[in-house]
Design a protein around this ligand. Sequence first.
Ligand SMILES: Cc1ncc(COP(=O)(O)O)c(C=O)c1O
Length: 360
Amino acid sequence: MTRVYNFSAGPAVLPEEVLHRAREEMLDWQGSGMSVMEMSHRGKQFMSIAAKAEADLRELMAIPSNYKVLFLQGGASSQFSMVPLNLLRGDKDADYFNTGAWSQKAIAEAKRYCAVNVCASSEAKKFSTVPARSEWKLNPDAAYVHYTPNETIGGVEFNDIPDTGDVPLVADMSSTILSRPVDVSRFAVIYAGAQKNIGPAGLTVVIVREDLIGHAAPGTPVMFDYKIHADNESMYNTPPTYAWYLAGLVFEWLKQRGGLKGMAQINDRKARKLYAAIDQSGYYKNPVDPAYRSWMNVPFTLPDASLDKTFCQEAAKEGLVTLEGHRSVGGMRASIYNAMPEEGVDALIGFMQEFQRRHG
Ligand SMILES: Cc1ncc(COP(=O)(O)O)c(C=O)c1O
């Protein structure tokens, strides 16, 4: 068996230990005589898997007891609608930070439901930074403030949680959740598609403060109402059981590695060495303001874009795959989520140096 180093932005690499464990348990989960995929979601066995996953996530992120954790479907993209449908509570205005492609998608969807005030934007700077605090125009009467702590395509990451006072703060944490400790109590809602740092695609995790549940706009589809899912422990309908189980295995794996503090140290080290290799090369370039460079998604360019294809082809021959930048921006992008081993980053750096020697 040959495993590659997969730098995909998502669905992304999963911890090898988790895949082994899933394989061992595939046909017969802990003496049940069946695969987790075949279990009733309302049976004792799956209920125990679900409860353990939630308890482990609560422990990892130190989620306060006045928050519900929902295990949903529909991707982070469904949250672009669920957030306004549940949080506007009769208001007509919401604040949105515009720091890249995913912010823009969230904004476009929110405009169907409310007046969006773009409280700060880095669009004029080609999304290469986070707008300076002095430029923020927060509306104290907004129903909520939405931001994207890590822009997966641009590789731009907030280095701090915006202070929005009493206005509920909503974060699309899809590509940064679990990469480091975070103070959940600062947020009204945190949501994330699972397919980067949590588990396989098909699962969406939503962490929502209880007082914000139960205020969905009239006409909200039942599947888009946080209250329905909270009241039914994410089992109003059939949940994505296997993805939930795998997420649970990832949470256990994280706990064995020193939790989010442990991951933060490793992630900091991995990102630091990759950015250093880019900056010191005199060949590769990362366009992002160093204060806001992402720990998880590292875009970079070559001096001559016509070599991009060759770079990716030669890298793939060395077992370094999915390094193509997002189709909207081109260049290269290395996503180095929790499950990317440090050796993978070392191998990429080694390859980049070798490529430069041959083509630079
Ligand atoms: C920051 C961010 N938000 C939202 C999405 C969309 O997620 P999904 O495909 O789960 O709807 C992505 C997907 O890459 C993302 O990176």
